[in-house]
Write a protein that binds this ligand. Structure first.
Ligand SMILES: NC(=O)c1ccc[n+]([C@@H]2O[C@H](COP(=O)([O-])OP(=O)(O)OC[C@H]3O[C@@H](n4cnc5c(N)ncnc54)[C@H](O)[C@@H]3O)[C@@H](O)[C@H]2O)c1
Length: 258
């Protein structure tokens, strides 16, 4: 019997590491890939034994690297789950967005997901496995970072494209859309405004931001047989942000129940 492999991209980051930890519950091996080789190695070591957690340097925007990623994964077993988690945002407004930033954000947040999927699709067919794309609430409404957001909106549609075209092979494709998650991606903003998470909290119906483990649990569910008839969906993990805002409901209704 081949070993089951889960690939997590951007796995050296806080969300990626939490996903890798969660997927080890029902996969034999988790392959942590990241452009930062040292950080990926450290994350794999921190998570557990080398037979369970492998690390690989991959630039997910490079076709050569994603082809190599598939080769390395095939040497470990059969890919059952691919999580496209690597992502980043560069410019905060359209006024700040240069053509280079627009292209780079699309390459990392959208095109890379396509490259990684095509690289491992034969193994996903063999395992009747699943694809999980880490999108964002930014792909559902406007919260800043336009190039990143447009790419994440594209990622949601890419998820549906895979679900419809590859469903006949037993491959499922779903997305998770986190709201604010306290990770290293927030370092610069948290340094500029130490209250950034406190200020964000008031817009969330649950009055808190998201933990990396919340995202990981949603991924674990979507990758599992519990979700065997779920494909083509986007699961927001956003403490209620996209459901609505209590402050606005209060203004509109003038009811103190909000
Ligand atoms: N943190 C949040 O508030 C938040 C909210 C919504 C969605 N997300 C999404 O969750 C995912 C993880 O975010 P995070 O906050 O953990 O980010 P992070 O910056 O902490 O981690 C991202 C990881 O991706 C890696 N990476 C960057 N470019 C890469 C490349 N070309 N190839 C391979 N790896 C690369 C980085 O080295 C890093 O380890 C991203 O897709 C992000 O858009 C995050």
């Amino acid at each position: 019997m081949s070993k089951s492999v889960a690939i997590v991209t951007g796995a050296a980051g806080d969300i990626g590491r939490a996903i890798a930890r969660r997927l080890a519950d029902d996969h034999d091996i988790v392959l942590l890939v990241d452009i930062d080789a040292t950080a990926a190695e450290e994350a794999a070591c921190e998570l557990g034994a080398a037979e369970r957690f492998a690390a690989l340097k991959v630039d997910v925007t490079s076709e050569a690297d994603t082809t190599n990623m598939a080769k390395v994964a095939a040497g470990l077993g059969v890919v059952k789950t691919l999580v496209n988690n690597a992502g980043a945002a560069r410019a905060v407004s359209l006024h700040d967005t240069t053509p280079e930033i627009w292209r780079a954000d699309n390459a990392l947040n959208l095109e890379a997901a396509f490259l990684c999927f095509r690289a491992v699709e034969n193994m996903l067919k063999a395992s009747k496995g699943s694809l999980i794309n880490i999108a964002s609430v930014n792909g559902m409404a406007v919260f800043g970072h336009p190039a990143y957001s447009a790419a994440k909106a594209g990622l949601l549609h890419f998820t549906r494209l895979v679900a419809v075209e590859y469903g006949k092979f037993g491959i499922r494709a779903n997305a998770v859309a986190p709201g604010t998650v306290r990770t290293q991606a927030w370092e610069v903003r948290a340094a500029a405004n130490p209250n950034v998470f406190e200020e964000a909290r008031r817009w969330y119906p649950l009055q808190r931001v998201v933990d990396p483990a919340d995202v990981a649990n949603a991924v674990g569910f979507l990758a599992s047989p519990l979700a065997s008839s779920i494909t083509g969906v986007c699961l927001p993990v956003d403490c209620g942000l996209t459901a609505g805002q209590a402050e606005l409901a209060h203004t509109f209704s003038q009811s103190d129940h909000y």
